[in-house]
Design a protein around this ligand. Structure first.
Ligand code: SF4
Length: 692
C-alpha cells in the first residue's frame, strides 16, 4: 500500500505583525507571500518567519495561577472562577473603577470591540485603555483637529507609488515595514524622497535629502519649511482660501520662524529647508507622511499639526494623487482605536461623553445609557495609578506587554506588583504575564479568524489556518466565560467572531468609522473595503476628503502651534539625548520575535548606537557593554559605534527585556492632547559598564 500525504490546505491570510498587514498564504505553518496591494507580493523577515510562532516551544497551553509565589497549572474553570471572585471582591471594596482593563493594538477588531463592551458592561469600569496610546495617538489627535476625522492614510497606499515627491517624517519603513518601500520607488528614482530623522537610517540612505534635526526639534523644522514656502510665494493660496480655515493665526507664529532661526535650533541648514519647500511645491504629486518619530513626544500632537499645516499650505490633503497620512505601526493600530478599547471612545470612533453616541451604543448593547461609565484614564496615567489609593486594584491585560513597552518601565513594574490581582491573557509567558496572578493561554493569529484594519483604513479578514493546541481558548471565549461569571447573559458576549463583527457593524453605524456595510461575505470575496462603508451596497471610501473635510463646514483647520522642545533638556549630569525605536528583526516588546530563533539570532540583545567620538569620550569602544543612565533608571547595552550618528544623540531599540529595557530610561511626560509619553527624547549619560 502506498501512503500519500493529505494535500495541505492553503489559506489566504495576513501577517501577524505590523500595520502594513502584508498578504500571505499559510499551508499548515509554512508561510508564502501573497499578492496584495499593500505589499505587492513582498514580505519582510518577520513575516517570512512568522509561521514558527505557531510551533514555538514557549507556547502556553494551560492556565497558570500564582500559589505561594509560583505560577502553577490550573483548570480553566478554576482560573476563571478565581478571577471572577477576586474582581467581585475588589469592586465591592473599591467600586467599579477598582478594576481596569488594558488592551492592545494587535487585537482584532472583534476582540477590541468586545473588550470595550466587557469593560463598560460586565465590569462597569471606566478604566480601560490600550497600548495604541503609545503608538499613534498624537497623529490621531492632530488628524481630528485638522480634518475632523482620523484615518491613518486617507488614501490607498498604492497612490503613493505615483508620487514624485514624498516627505517622510520620523519614519523608517525600510526597517519597520520593508515592503512599503516599493511605494516610494518612483519618488526615490526621481530624486523626490526627503527623510526627516535624527539618525541616518536605511530609509534615509535612500533619500535625496536627509534632514537630521536634533531630537525633539522637528516641530521647529516644520515651521521653518512652512515659512520658506510662504515667503518664497510657493504656498497654494487658492486651496488655502477655498478649503481651509485658520491660516492667518498660523502665519502669525510661522512668520517668526524663518529658516536661519530654525537652523540654529534644529541644526538643519536653512538652504535645505528651502530646497524641501520648493521640491514639494513643484511636485505634480506629493505626500507628507509621519510616524512615531514625530508623534512620541510630549508635544507630539502639536508636532504632527505642524506637518499637517505644511501639507495644507501645499494644498495636498484631499487632492487626488497627493495627501497627508500617518503610518500606523501596530497590526490593528487603526481598528484598535475605533471600536472602544480607548478610554474616551465608544465603537464607531464615537466620543464616550457624547449623549447621542452613548444612546446609540447602549441600544445595541441592550443596556441603559446611564449605566455606561464615562471616560477613564489614558494608558500611562492608568498604569501610574495602579494600586494607589484612588487607582484600580486589579487589572486584566489582553495583547500587551506593558512592562517592556511602557515608559519608565521600572515604575510600571512597581505599579503592577502593587495590584491585588493581575490577569494576563497571552500565548507565551511575556514579561508582563510572568508577573501575573493568573495567566490565561489564548489563541494566536492563524488559529482563529477575525478582521484587522490596516494603515490605509482597509478592513481585512485574517482567516483561521490551523487548529489551536489543546488547552487554549480564544480571547472571545475568555471574555464570555468571565462575563457569565459576573452575571451577564452568555449571548451578550458571543464567542463567534463573525457574530461579534455583525454586532460591531451595528454599533459603528453612523459613526465616523462606520463599518455597517462590511460583511465577512464581502471580505471573503476579496472586496477592497476602506471605511466608512455605510451600507452593504456601498463600495467604501478609499479616498477621503476629495470634496470636503469632516468638519461641519467641510473645511480643514490650520492649527497654530509653537515649538516647545523636549520636556527634559540635557544638562551637565545627563549631557546626551537618548532616542528609542525599532529594528527590522523585532516587533514591539519583542514578546513574539525574541521567541523566533532566526530573528533572535540576528539581533539577540540591546545595543546603543553612538558616534565614535562620543563613545571614546566615555571610555567606550565598539562592542563594549555600556551603562546608559537617565533620571529614571539605567540600562545595559552593547556599544555600536556609528559614524553617522549625531554626536549629541544615542539610539536604543526598545524590544528587549529585563536590564536591557530601553524604556527603563524613557520619560513619561505626556502630550496634553493625546496623552502620548515622550519616548523619543530623554536626557542620559553614557558610562562604561563599571560606571567609570
Ligand atoms: Fe509585512 Fe509588516 Fe509583516 Fe513585515 S511585519 S511582513 S512589513 S506586515
Amino acid at each position: 500500500m502506498t501512503l500519500t500525504a493529505e494535500p495541505q490546505v492553503t489559506v489566504a491570510t495576513h501577517c501577524p505583525y505590523c500595520a502594513l498587514q502584508c498578504g500571505m498564504s499559510l499551508s499548515g505553518t509554512a508561510v508564502a507571500p501573497r499578492e496584495f496591494p499593500a505589499n505587492g507580493g513582498g514580505l519582510c523577515q518577520k513575516g517570512w518567519t512568522s509561521g514558527s510562532l505557531l510551533t514555538t516551544p514557549a507556547r502556553l497551553t494551560t492556565p497558570l495561577v500564582r500559589v505561594e509565589g509560583e505560577l502553577v497549572p490550573a483548570t480553566w474553570d478554576d482560573a476563571l472562577d478565581l478571577i471572577a471572585r477576586r474582581i467581585t471582591e475588589v469592586q465591592a471594596g473599591h467600586g467599579r473603577d477598582g478594576v481596569a482593563v488594558f488592551g492592545g493594538g494587535g487585537l482584532t477588531n472583534e476582540k477590541s470591540y468586545l473588550l470595550g463592551k466587557f469593560a463598560r458592561v460586565a465590569l462597569g469600569t471606566s478604566q480601560i485603555d490600550y497600548n495604541g496610546r503609545f503608538c499613534m495617538s498624537s497623529a490621531a489627535a492632530a488628524g481630528n483637529r485638522a480634518f475632523g476625522l482620523d484615518r491613518g492614510l486617507p488614501f490607498p497606499l498604492t497612490d503613493v507609488g505615483d508620487a514624485d515627491a514624498v516627505l517622510l517624517v520620523g519614519a523608517n519603513p525600510a526597517e519597520t515595514m520593508p515592503p512599503f518601500m516599493q511605494h516610494l520607488r518612483k519618488a526615490i528614482d526621481s530624486g523626490g524622497l526627503v527623510v526627516v530623522d535624527p539618525r541616518r537610517t536605511p530609509t534615509a540612505e535612500q533619500a535625496r535629502l536627509h534632514l537630521a534635526p536634533a531630537p525633539g526639534t522637528d516641530l521647529a523644522l516644520a515651521l521653518g519649511i512652512l515659512h520658506a514656502l510662504v515667503a518664497d510665494g510657493l504656498a497654494a493660496m487658492s486651496y488655502v482660501d477655498r478649503r481651509t480655515r485658520g491660516f492667518e493665526a498660523v502665519w502669525q507664529i510661522v512668520a517668526r520662524w524663518w529658516p536661519e532661526r530654525v537652523e540654529r535650533i534644529t541644526g538643519v541648514a536653512a538652504a535645505d529647508q528651502r530646497r524641501v519647500a520648493t521640491l514639494l511645491a513643484k511636485a505634480r504629486s506629493a505626500y507628507i507622511l509621519t510616524a512615531r518619530g514625530t508623534e512620541q513626544h510630549a508635544s507630539g500632537s502639536d508636532t504632527v499639526s505642524a506637518w499637517i499645516n505644511l501639507a495644507l499650505a501645499l494644498g495636498l490633503p484631499g487632492r487626488a494623487g497627493s495627501g497627508y497620512g500617518c503610518l500606523t505601526g501596530q497590526g490593528n493600530g487603526q481598528g484598535g482605536r475605533e471600536h472602544g478599547q480607548k478610554a474616551d471612545q465608544l465603537p464607531g470612533y464615537r466620543k464616550i461623553d457624547d449623549p447621542a453616541a452613548r444612546e446609540h451604543v447602549a441600544r445595541v448593547w441592550g443596556v441603559d445609557p446611564a449605566s455606561l461609565p464615562g471616560p477613564g484614564r489614558s494608558a500611562y496615567e492608568l498604569l501610574d495609578a495602579l494600586g494607589t489609593e484612588s487607582g484600580p486594584k486589579a487589572m486584566l491585560v489582553f495583547g500587551s506587554n506593558v512592562v517592556v513597552s511602557g515608559p519608565r518601565s521600572a515604575h510600571v513594574a512597581e505599579r503592577l506588583k502593587s495590584l491585588d490581582l493581575l490577569v494576563v491573557a497571552d500565548f507565551v509567558l511575556s514579561e508582563t504575564a510572568a508577573m501575573a496572578d493568573v495567566v490565561l493561554p489564548v489563541t494566536q493569529w492563524a488559529e482563529e479568524s477575525g478582521t484587522m484594519t490596516n494603515l490605509e483604513g482597509r478592513i481585512l479578514l485574517r482567516r483561521k489556518a490551523i487548529d489551536a493546541p489543546d488547552g487554549v481558548r480564544t480571547d472571545l471565549e475568555v471574555l464570555n466565560g468571565l462575563a457569565q461569571r459576573l452575571g451577564q447573559p452568555a449571548e451578550r458576549f458571543p464567542i463567534d467572531a463573525e457574530i461579534v463583527f455583525t454586532e460591531l457593524r451595528e454599533a459603528s453605524r453612523g459613526g465616523l468609522a462606520d463599518y455597517s456595510g462590511v460583511t465577512y461575505g464581502r471580505l471573503h470575496e476579496g472586496e477592497a473595503l476602506y471605511w466608512p462603508v455605510t451600507g452593504t451596497g456601498h463600495a467604501g471610501t478609499p479616498r477621503m476628503f476629495l470634496d470636503s473635510f469632516a468638519h461641519a463646514d467641510g473645511r480643514a483647520r490650520f492649527v497654530p502651534v509653537e515649538h516647545r522642545g523636549p520636556a527634559e533638556p540635557v544638562d551637565d549630569e545627563y549631557p546626551l539625548i537618548a532616542t528609542t525605536g525599532r529594528v527590522l528583526q523585532h516587533y514591539q516588546s519583542g514578546a513574539q520575535t525574541r521567541r523566533t530563533d532566526e530573528l533572535n539570532a540576528l539581533v539577540p540583545e540591546v545595543y546603543v548606537e553612538v558616534h565614535p567620538d562620543t563613545a571614546a569620550r566615555s571610555g567606550l569602544a565598539h562592542g563594549d557593554w555600556a551603562r546608559v543612565v537617565s533620571r529614571r533608571g539605567e540600562t545595559t547595552a552593547r556599544v555600536r559605534c556609528v559614524a553617522s550618528m549625531r554626536p549629541d544623540t544615542v539610539f536604543l531599540p526598545f524590544h528587549f527585556p529585563g536590564a536591557q529595557r530601553a524604556n527603563l530610561l524613557t520619560n513619561p511626560a505626556l502630550d496634553p492632547a493625546s496623552r502620548m509619553p515622550e519616548f523619543k527624547v530623554c536626557a542620559v549619560r553614557l558610562t562604561t559598564e563599571d560606571g567609570a
